[in-house]
Design a protein around this ligand. Structure first.
Ligand SMILES: CCCCC/C=C\C/C=C\C/C=C\C/C=C\CCCC(=O)SCCNC(=O)CCNC(=O)[C@H](O)C(C)(C)COP(=O)(O)OP(=O)(O)OC[C@H]1O[C@@H](n2cnc3c(N)ncnc32)[C@H](O)[C@@H]1OP(=O)(O)O
Length: 262
C-alpha cells in the first residue's frame, strides 16, 4: 500500500516535472524542494501552508530547521546567503572546494544528534526535544542558523526573533536573548569540545533588540582548561554598527550519562 502510494507520487513527479512530497495521510499535497537555497516561490500550494522541507513521513529523515523558510526576512536571507557562500571557495580552473565555514544543521531533538545516537535508547532519543526548535509556527519564535569556523574557533548565528519572544513592548525578552546566546555558545563549545553543559553564563544587555529584526550572534573560543571551555559572545545589529548584548560562558565537558544520574 505504502509502496503503491510512493509510486503514485513518483509518477506525478514524472508527469509534472516536479518533485513531490507526501502529507501525513499519504496524499500528495505540495512540491518538495530538493536542492540549493529554498525560498517561497509563490506557488498556489503555499497559500495553504508555508513551504517547508517535508520528508517522507515514515522515514527517519529529520527536518533541518537551519534552512531558509518563508518567514525569513530579506535581511535574514541575505545574511544566510552571505555566510553560506563562505562555505565553498572557488578554485583555479572553475571548480569549488569546501571553505573555512560550515552551516550547522539543526533539528528539534538534542541528544540523538549530539551523540550520533549512540549512547541512549531510541525511546529517550525520541523524547529529547530542543526548546528553540519546538515552536511549530514558522517565524513565531527562534529563527536562526549557525555557521562555524573550526580553524578560527568561532561561529556566527543569524537570528530573527519572532512575536512570541516579546518582552519589553516591541522588543525581545531578555530570557529569549539568553536562550539564543546559550544555544550559540553551547553549540560552539560542543562543536569544539564534544558534549558539554552550561556551567556559567554571564550576560550584559547593552541595547534592546527590536522584535522581528535580524541580529548576528558571534561567539569565539577564549580558552580551554581541562574539562572547561570558556567562550565569549557578542550580539550585534546585522550591519555590526550596534552592540546589543555581550556575554561570557563556561561549558563543562560531560559524559552524557551525567544527564541520567550516571
Ligand atoms: C542540553 C544538551 C546537553 C547535552 C548535549 C551535549 C551537547 C549539546 C549538543 C549540541 C548542541 C545543540 C544545541 C546547543 C543548545 C543548547 C546548549 C544549552 C546547554 C544547556 O543549557 S545545559 C543546561 C543548563 N546547565 C545545567 O543545568 C548544568 C548544571 N550543572 C551541572 O550539571 C554540573 O555542575 C556541571 C556538569 C556543570 C559540572 O559538574 P561536574 O560534577 O561534572 O564537574 P565539577 O563540578 O567537578 O566541575 C568541573 C570544573 O568546572 C568548574 N565549575 C563547575 N561549575 C562552575 C561554575 N558555575 N563556575 C565556575 N566554575 C565551575 C569546577 O570548579 C571544576 O573546575 P576544576 O576542575 O578546575 O576544579
Amino acid at each position: 500500500m505504502l509502496r503503491r502510494g510512493f509510486q503514485l507520487v513518483k509518477g506525478l513527479g514524472q508527469i509534472t516535472g516536479q518533485k513531490f512530497s507526501t502529507g501525513r495521510n499519504g496524499i500528495t499535497i505540495r512540491p518538495l524542494l530538493s536542492t540549493g537555497t529554498q525560498w517561497d516561490t509563490g506557488s498556489p500550494f503555499q497559500t495553504i501552508r508555508p513551504l517547508t522541507m517535508s520528508p517522507w513521513p515514515f522515514s527517519t529523515q529529520p527536518r533541518d530547521y537551519s534552512l531558509p523558510n518563508a518567514s525569513w526576512s530579506e535581511e535574514m536571507k541575505r545574511l544566510y546567503d552571505h555566510y553560506n557562500a563562505l562555505c565553498e571557495v572557488e578554485v583555479e580552473g572553475g571548480g569549488k572546494r569546501k571553505g573555512p565555514w560550515r552551516r550547522l544543521p539543526s533539528y528539534n531533538r538534542t541528544i540523538k544528534y549530539a551523540t550520533g545516537g549512540r549512547c541512549l535508547s531510541k525511546v529517550l532519543q525520541a523524547k529529547a526535544r530542543l526548546f528553540t526548535r519546538n515552536i511549530e509556527e514558522q517565524g513565531a519564535g527562534f529563527e536562526y542558523v549557525v555557521f562555524s569556523n573550526k580553524q578560527e574557533k568561532r561561529c556566527v548565528c543569524v537570528f530573527q526573533a519572532g512575536h512570541l519572544l516579546e518582552g519589553p513592548p516591541g522588543h525581545v525578552h531578555g530570557g529569549a536573548i539568553a536562550t539564543i546566546i546559550d544555544s550559540v555558545t553551547g553549540t560552539l563549545a560542543s562543536y569544539l569540545s564534544g558534549p558539554v553543559m552550561t556551567a556559567n553564563l554571564s550576560i550584559n544587555y547593552r541595547s534592546p533588540i527590536p522584535l522581528g529584526s535580524v541580529v548576528l550572534v558571534h561567539s569565539s573560543l577564549e580558552r580551554t582548561e581541562g574539562r572547561k571551555t570558556f567562550v565569549t559572545c557578542q550580539v550585534t545589529s546585522a550591519d555590526g554598527s550596534k552592540l546589543h548584548t555581550e556575554a561570557t560562558g563556561l561549558f563543562v565537558s560531560i559524559n552524557v550519562g551525567h544527564l541520567f544520574g550516571a
